[in-house]
Design a protein around this ligand. Structure first.
Ligand code: HEC
Length: 299
């Protein structure tokens, strides 16, 4: 009893100490802004994400029905929460502290922006400030685009990075591109990241041993290493560039899920005889019971 109260006292104190320390955001993260405008669509998704991931602690916004933790999780509609910059909210939700979980491995960076766009609907004075448009080498673009193709004349693939500004389309040099191959579970990194050259191209050698499907097809995905710069920019291509690998379908060999066709005859005979014998006994007992009942009626 004594020990228990000592521990709970320590626990409460640690919570209280954290509550006394303001939660600071590093300056670069504080200034971060979303590259995507907050729309009704994002807010609807954000609301769903909030209800599954946050409501249990932060309650219904504006109702102040938060869970009694130390420190208290602030109500999303409160000044305490809303005074955070967009970047601060993104940082705190991503990294967490104490009882506030880190969501960076649960929700993607974009999903966290959707949640923030929903939280901001409880702040009438809020006006979204968008991140500046994508810049590369001092130039501002409306949009950037990646293309992934077979490298004609070579054994690898080539990734083309272009920036668009109005009607102008220009290659972007000097940015790092990563290449992945889609696997059963997740993605496999292929080779080292490559910087785009003066023509905005990054060439990747594909190892001869890269396994594909039975015709050698591999789904390749190219992505800019620096997601912060332009948001998620990706290109996907299904290319017959891998080593053909035959993967037997799950029901090809004898297995639990194809009992009927593949069970050996002796097993079927043993199984069916056991079933007949057991049911035979059951019916035998039922008939005996009926006979006893009939005998009783005679008297
Ligand atoms: C297990 C309970 C719990 C869950 C789930 C949770 N939070 Fe929190 N949250 C807290 C607590 C406790 C704090 C206070 C942390 C502190 O100050 O050290 C907090 C703090 C915050 C803050 C910082 C507020 C400020 O003013 O500094 C934000 C923003 C926040 N939560 C958003 C969210 C969002 C968005 C989600 C869902 C994606 C979420 N929280 C899920 C418990 C939770």
């Amino acid at each position: 009893m004594y020990r228990f109260s000592l521990f709970s006292l320590l626990f409460l104190c640690s919570g209280w100490l954290v509550a006394q320390t303001p939660w600071e955001t590093p300056a670069d993260r504080k200034a971060k802004l979303s590259t995507v405008a907050f729309t009704e669509q994002g807010q609807t998704l954000g609301k769903e994400l909030y209800q599954t991931n946050c409501k249990s602690c932060h309650g219904d916004p504006g109702k102040n029905n938060v869970i009694r933790l130390v420190p208290l999780p602030p109500d999303p509609a409160s000044v305490q929460l809303q005074q955070n910059s967009d970047g601060s909210l993104h940082y705190k939700i991503s990294e967490g502290r104490g009882l506030m979980p880190a969501f960076k491995n649960v929700l993607s960076a974009e999903y966290i922006w959707d949640v923030i766009s929903y939280l901001r609907t409880y702040n009438k004075d809020y006006k979204q400030q968008l991140a500046v448009k994508p810049t590369a080498g001092g130039e501002v673009f409306d949009k950037v685009d990646l293309k992934l193709e077979r490298d004609s004349g070579h054994s690898g693939v080539v990734v083309q990075l272009t920036g668009m500004k109005g009607a102008l389309v220009k290659p972007i040099p000097g940015l790092e591109v990563k290449l992945f191959a889609r696997r059963y579970f997740g993605f496999q990194v292929v080779g080292k990241p490559v910087d785009t050259n003066a023509e905005g191209m990054a060439r990747f050698e594909i190892p001869k041993s890269l396994p594909g499907d039975s015709s050698g097809n591999v789904l390749l995905v190219a992505q800019l290493s620096d997601e912060e710069l332009f948001g998620p920019v990706k290109a996907e291509s299904l290319l017959a560039i891998g080593l053909p690998v035959y993967r037997p379908p799950l029901n090809e060999q004898r297995a639990l899920w194809n009992v009927g066709q593949k069970a050996p005859i002796w097993l079927l005979i043993v199984y069916l005889s056991v079933v007949f014998i057991v049911w035979g006994f059951i019916f035998f007992i039922l008939f005996q019971l009926r006979a006893i009942f009939k005998l009783g009626e005679l008297k």
